[in-house]
Design a protein around this ligand. Sequence first.
Ligand code: FES
Length: 95
Amino acid sequence: MIKENLFLCMGSACHQMGVYEVLPKLLALLGEYELEDKIELKGSFCLETCSYGIVMKFQDLHFINISPQNVEAKFIAEILPAIQKSLSEVGRVRS
Ligand code: FES
């Protein structure tokens, strides 16, 4: 099965804001929502929105202002719906 890429910025600004604390939380969330076989979490170079907190990208959507404290809430409110929408469009989501 081809996985969709979910990018987490690993650039220096995002690094300073705690991306290495965000990373394990994201991996846990992908596991919790049974997305490990559908979504590939990848590090990315600077996504060029450094002043908006830690940044993630899924397809053409950018998710900004992520922090180690809010990553779970942001994932559930913003990132997960985008992933589920995309997966359902290609008929790969189990509902
Ligand atoms: S370092 Fe992350 S957006 Fe620039």
